[in-house]
Every structure is written in structure tokens, then in C-alpha cells.
Design a protein around this ligand. Structure first.
Ligand SMILES: [Zn+2]
Length: 224
């Protein structure tokens, strides 16, 4: 069974991004009361970027690939509404472009692909990782991603799909890797499995140890 959110699988941990980001905001404000720019506070001070990652379940806000699969150095802070967009688009973020509400945790692949993609008042709810992104697209049984039926004719959604290369083979491989990784975490946290847990875990780690280096070296990782 695939999850309702295309970025997750049935073994992904439950995460409430909104409440996690709200408590991170509280912490940031208590320690940096006069800071105007939360992006630079998170970037400059040790530990905050990790906490932003925790808010997203230690995985990419746009594709769901876990830190544990591709490494923390492969993650960046993303502006949900592009910093260099026009004034109207920036006005769609009432808390400010540099506020925590407008920041997400993204893998370099997604952040690089998204780059200066413009989110408008219309497309923001559909494409924001903190809003409906997870259901604007769907995950098929073969792990490929497609646009949900409801938005098949929506031009900004199609443009985002193409920009993010959601149809690429890398997205399928990353989902397989994320599923094996999350299953390993799940198996290890389930006491009822007893000795079986370590046997399953050994196999999963063998598979991941073989898949991840191939994924990272593969030409599809470079072009996808
Ligand atoms: Zn990603």
C-alpha cells in the first residue's frame, strides 16, 4: 500500500510539520528576539538547520528522500516562495519572505531544480510543501510520480512537475531507497519482531549499501 502523500511510504514516521515549525519558531525568537531574517539565523547558528530537518521528518520537503540515505550535506534551506520573485508573489507570504513559515528543508536535487520557480497566489497552496504538495501529485504502484487527476489540466502544476523532474527514474529509485530505509527504522523500533528484526535489518542494510552508492554514482542522478 502506498501512502496518501506521494513523498511518504507506509513506514515513514508521522510528522506534523506545522506544529514542529511553530515550536522551532518559538525557540528561534526566544534566542534571537531581534533577528529579522530567520534564513540567516538558521544558516549561521549551529543546530537550527538540523531542527528544521527534524520538522520535516529528517527528509526532503519536496521528494521525501531521507537524510539517512543521501547524507546531511546533501540538504539545503529552501525558500518556498522564491526570494527573488516579484512583489505580488512575495506578498503571498504575510510573515515575510525570510520568515520560518517560508523556509523548508530540501535535498540539493530538489532545491536546485526548483531554483527560481515562481509560486503565485493560485499555485502556492497546491505546490507548497507545507500545504497540499503531497496530494497534488500521486505515487503509482511502480513508484513513478504523476499529477493527480484533479490537477491534470492545471498549467502551474504541470510546469512544476516538469521543473522538478518528478517523472524521472531517479524519483522512483529514491522512493525505493526511502521505503527500505523507513522499513529498517520501523523494524528496529518494533520489539515484537524479536530476532527476526535483526535478520530483516541485515538484509535491508545490505540492499541499501548496494543501492545508495549506485544511485549516487549513476548518470541518472546527474541528469535527473
Ligand atoms: Zn528532494
Amino acid at each position: 500500500m502506498l501512502a496518501d502523500d506521494f513523498r511518504l511510504n507506509e513506514f515513514s514516521p508521522d510528522v506534523r510539520v506545522d506544529t514542529a515549525k511553530a515550536s522551532l519558531k518559538e525557540e528561534l525568537l526566544s534566542e534571537h528576539a531581534h533577528a529579522q531574517n530567520m534564513y540567516s539565523v538558521i544558516q549561521r547558528h549551529h543546530g537550527y538547520k538540523e531542527k528544521l530537518g527534524h520538522a520535516y521528518g529528517d527528509r526532503c520537503a519536496y521528494c521525501g528522500v531521507p537524510i539517512g540515505c543521501i547524507g546531511y550535506q546533501s540538504f539545503q534551506i529552501d525558500y518556498i516562495v522564491c526570494k527573488n520573485g516579484n512583489a505580488d508573489d512575495r506578498a503571498d507570504v504575510p510573515t515575510g519572505i525570510d520568515s520560518i513559515e517560508n523556509l523548508a528543508f530540501a535535498c540539493v536535487n530538489c532545491n536546485g531544480k526548483k531554483h527560481d520557480f515562481t509560486l503565485t497566489e493560485l499555485s502556492l497552496p497546491l505546490l507548497s510543501p507545507d500545504m497540499d504538495l503531497g496530494t497534488t501529485f500521486v505515487r503509482n504502484d511502480d513508484f513513478s510520480i504523476e499529477i493527480s487527476h484533479e490537477y491534470a489540466g492545471c498549467k502551474p502544476v504541470r510546469a512544476f512537475y516538469d521543473r522538478m523532474h518528478y517523472g524521472s527514474e531517479l524519483r522512483r529509485i529514491d522512493y525505493l531507497i526511502a521505503s527500505l530505509f523507513d522499513l529498517d527504522q520501523y523494524v528496529n523500533s518494533n520489539d515484537e519482531l524479536g530476532e527476526l528484526a535483526s535478520k530483516i535489518s541485515d538484509l535491508l542494510r545490505l540492499a541499501l549499501g548496494s543501492l545508495i552508492p549506485r544511485r549516487n554514482k549513476s548518470s541518472i542522478a546527474l541528469i535527473a
